[in-house]
Design a protein around this ligand. Structure first.
Ligand code: CP
Length: 312
């Protein structure tokens, strides 16, 4: 287990907001070790064999849910999975009652995705277990930001000094907020790009510049993180049609090839091919989208391992 000096400053992982630069660097360095582990013939270590983790997902997920479960299994933790859609939540049980019932089965840690911003913070105040936020509404998605930072660091050797533009639906994106906080703490410069209606009014308070012209934003950056339009969180229309959004802010190969330099393309997934990114860009050699997914397992192993160490 890590020495005291190599411990996270927080008991939970609720958001990047709560981590300092040293915490983030410790997670990335620990993830380096776990990336080596998962590329060995025997991909498993016994580090969490005494720990039981519940993955409770109140919202759909492919990457985050599978990645956490695989990370837990690679660390030899016992794992239980809970999907709200097939649970007694539909019979009126509260979040606190639901989680307390799960915890009474001797669960140590909860990984939770929830549609409401602040759900993890709320839960951490009412239950006696460590919480990992796997995405809370349009608020934070800390492990996505950590795996994105890990992937940039892997590609360039360092995040400090890199220019990253986040393109698309910034207003409804937990990935955007967590990435902005994480990349800035690591010394990167971050801009956002999208239609005015999808850029939050408070964005300047985060020290982020706004560029509405996609081509200018791409010519400025080293890395472009292309976000999905989150139609499920939009109760009004923010642009005339997806076709028009795509014409203004979609990245295609013609634009990519016409830039002044070779940039790196990222996307947290799920991709809407032909909307924010075309297939030839998503599948191009400049795209590190599947590296992000691979790195997610190592980064989540690091987070779970370091949080479990807090209890020792
Ligand atoms: N990136 C991400 O959170 O993907 P999922 O919604 O599939 O977990």
């Amino acid at each position: 287990m890590p020495e005291q000096a190599n411990r996270l400053s927080s008991k939970h992982l609720l958001g990047i907001k709560d981590l300092n630069t040293k915490d983030i660097e410790l997670i990335l360095e620990t993830a380096d070790t776990f990336k080596d582990v998962i590329n060995r013939p025997i991909k498993k270590v016994p580090s969490l064999r005494d720990i039981t983790i519940a993955n409770i997902f109140f919202e759909n997920s492919t990457r985050t849910k599978l990645s956490f479960e695989l990370a837990q299994k690679r660390l030899s933790a016992d794992v239980i999975n809970f999907a709200a859609s097939s649970s007694s939540v539909s019979k009126g049980e509260t979040l606190i009652d639901t989680v307390n019932n799960i915890l009474s089965m001797k669960v140590d840690m909860v990984v939770m995705r929830h549609p409401y911003a602040g759900a993890g913070v709320f839960l951490s105040k009412h239950i006696n277990a460590q919480i990992v936020n796997a995405g809370d509404g349009a608020h934070e998605h800390p492990t996505q930001a950590l795996l994105d930072a890990f992937s940039i660091r892997e590609k360039y050797g360092d995040v400090a000094g890199k220019k990253v533009v986040i393109v698309g639906d910034i207003l409804h994106s937990r990935v955007a907020l967590s990435n902005i906080l994480c990349l800035q703490k690591l010394g990167a410069e971050v801009k956002v790009c999208g239609p005015t209606t999808l850029i939050p009014k408070y964005i300047h308070t985060l020290g982020v510049k706004v560029e509405h012209d996609l081509r200018k934003a791409l010519n400025w950056c080293d890395v472009a993180n292309m976000l999905r339009i989150q139609l499920e969180r939009q109760d009004i229309k923010y642009f005339p049609s997806l076709r028009e959004y795509s014409m203004m802010y979609g990245l295609n190969k013609q634009i990519l090839d016409s830039l002044d330099k070779e940039i790196t393309i990222m996307h947290p997934g799920p991709i809407n091919r032909g909307v924010e990114i075309t297939s030839d860009v998503a599948d191009s050699k400049q795209s590190i989208i599947l590296d992000q997914v691979e790195n997610g397992v190592a980064v989540r192993m690091a987070v779970l391992y370091l949080l479990a160490s807090q209890k020792q």
